[in-house]
Design a protein around this ligand. Sequence first.
Ligand code: FEH
Ligand code: ZN
Ligand code: ZN
Length: 367
Amino acid sequence: MRGREGAMRAVRLTRWGGPPVVSELERPSPRGEEVLVRVEAAGLCGSDLHVIDAGPGALPYRTPFTLGHEVAGRVAERGPDATGPRTGERVVVYGPWGCGHCGHCAAGAENYCDRRSESDASRTGTGAGLGRDGGLADFLLVPSGRLLLPLGDLAPAQAAPLSDAGLTSYHAIAGIRPTLGDAGGGGTAVAVIGVGGLGHLAVQILRATTSAQVLAVDVKEEALALAADCGAHFGTLVRPDTAEALRGRTGGAGVDAVLDFVGTSATLRLGVSAVRPSGALAVVGSGGGELLIRKPGTLPPGLRISLPFWGTRRDLEQVVALAQAGAVTVATERFPLSRALDAIDALRSGAVRGRAVLVPDEEFVRS
Ligand code: FEH
Ligand code: ZN
Ligand code: ZN
């Protein structure tokens, strides 16, 4: 239940290498352009584990800060100069918090802010829960209303994962769309490697926005079952002949694009073995894998490799619109905020189907 008036709970990283701590903080008051959001749902991401597990100096952030970069809620209070959604409005938070002024930020691509590596006393970190106080909390203070998108009547537990898992998948697909040709992808094929929190949304986005054949690859039967539920045309476990199985679905030519949501050396190797000449490989997962890029070499000629990161504000508008139209549904496993540490453990052990989402305890009890 909520603590004393004016206080709030927050799941914080208090020191590098230490466990997250459920703490009680003063609820912040928005100043200037800032907007205070009452959090109604906050998704957990594999990157949260990377942040939690990072050693001192590994990330350009300063502890302590609150975790959580995948957030939806309601505007609770606006600073005197705030713009954007009004008090009481349901919103999803655009998580990449750039400088707001460079070429990329001005174009709504704060995920590629030219000044993201700069940090000063006032601005450490790259976004909510990424060096800046995030949304694994009762409230989230957002620097500007430009980072909030209205949700309409989309449920918060559906909307929060769209701001990272959905947005990242949508942006990665936008990057490989040119390889699907002008006819919306008819006669093409896309391999989705890793059908977890991001991959299952990528399957749905591909089915909703292209005519490509969607081929799912995972190491777990239940993930392939989720892929089938999301509309994948074909699914295969990782085996020694997986590349041949994928080629077999394309008459031998190879897939036009690979979305690697795992990003290990093994999945990168699988991806380049299955993709056709002049195809695309998007490395989305942060598995730390390595791929030798060399000429002459063994990679398909004309291969386009991308390292997409999160997404643009416009991408977020698009993926929210798909969800509002019923074309994208997030498979979620909900946890009360007070059990955030259990949710983190479940994510770490691979026990979460789809996306883990933290909701306020009273909301969890009610539903
Ligand atoms: C966030 C911060 C750092 C690395 C990766 C991420 C992604 O989870 C954002 O989608
Ligand atoms: Zn993330
Ligand atoms: Zn910028």
